[in-house]
Design a protein around this ligand. Structure first.
Ligand SMILES: NC(=O)c1ccc[n+]([C@@H]2O[C@H](COP(=O)([O-])OP(=O)(O)OC[C@H]3O[C@@H](n4cnc5c(N)ncnc54)[C@H](OP(=O)(O)O)[C@@H]3O)[C@@H](O)[C@H]2O)c1
Length: 251
């Protein structure tokens, strides 16, 4: 069982907490947030504070920290994680370059993964699209993203997919309709056939299952700074080497 501390208990963090509590491979030991507002759970809550966090960890030991807070929190807890040799799965979507560099230094001493897109489905879609792009560089590629009416900017995930496939960001088609949570589609147009890779987000709990999956993969790795894609690729390589046998480590 992996003992986990969760930083951030907002819209995403609440859903992640629900998933971790229900998954018997994990024990959610505490929640840290900016305030020390109570949560809807009986799990201990602390206000994240750089000066006391190492003591908190000593009294509330965990194996890993999952971060769904904001880009500054890691500067508060990073050194404590280094000291206590804990794993870190960070879902923070956008770190400033200096903070990302700091996280890479954490990777010299502990296992760190950061992913701006933490759902397993989107990471699988990106990997599959990359593979098809490699196999069929001659196919036309289109990217469509659909989100709720009020989302003003182009989806960061769609931009990342475009970058991965060397497609110009201007080629992304965005639709803003009602309450769509998140739809990403990559269309490969061949002369005689069409391949569509589609991912639909249904509930925020997908962030929790994505983080849980990342934790199980990261636990098999040595010290370092990883992306989700790297962990997934490594797993696929191992699976292929095992001739398709499902490894118990990931079951
Ligand atoms: N990678 C992905 O796929 C993915 C998916 C969803 C969200 N995210 C990321 O997750 C983060 C949270 O998103 P959200 O929608 O849940 O936001 P939110 O509703 O605003 O919640 C933010 C939570 O983080 C806590 N927090 C903020 N700054 C903190 C700090 N410096 N130290 C400790 N706790 C802090 C807040 O504490 P209080 O409760 O005390 O205010 C709150 O609980 C964002 O960075 C978002 O980009 C990533």
């Amino acid at each position: 069982m992996i003992r986990v501390g969760l930083v951030g208990y907002g819209k995403a963090g609440k859903a992640v907490a629900d998933v971790l509590v229900q998954d018997e491979r994990f024990e959610l030991c505490w929640i840290a947030r900016r305030s020390n507002k109570p949560t809807a759970t009986e799990i201990p809550v602390t206000r994240l504070d750089k000066t006391t966090f190492s003591d908190w960890l000593a009294q509330h030991p965990v194996d890993a920290v999952v971060d769904f807070s904001d880009s500054e929190a890691v500067l508060e807890y990073g050194e404590a994680l280094r000291k206590h040799k804990l794993m870190l799965v960070s879902a923070i979507s956008c770190y400033p370059p200096s903070t990302l560099s700091y996280m890479q230094t954490l990777g010299e001493d502990i296992r760190v993964m950061n992913s701006p897109n933490i759902t397993l489905g989107i990471n699988f879609l990106m990997l599959a699209a990359r593979l098809l792009r490699r196999i069929a560089p001659f196919a036309d590629v289109g990217i469509v993203e659909q989100h709720f009416r009020d989302k003003s900017e182009v989806s960061g995930t769609a931009k990342r997919i475009a970058e991965t496939l060397s497609v110009d960001e201007d080629e992304i088609t965005s639709l803003r309709l009602g309450g769509i949570i998140g739809h990403h589609e990559v269309i490969f147009g061949f002369p005689h056939q069409t391949v569509r890779l589609i991912h639909d987000s249904i509930r925020r709990e997908a962030f929790g299952t994505g983080a849980a999956f990342a934790l199980t993969l990261l636990a098999t790795r040595s010290t370092g700074f990883y992306t989700y894609e790297e962990l997934l690729l490594d797993m696929l390589r191992r699976e292929l080497q095992n001739d398709g046998e499902v490894s118990a480590a990931y079951a």
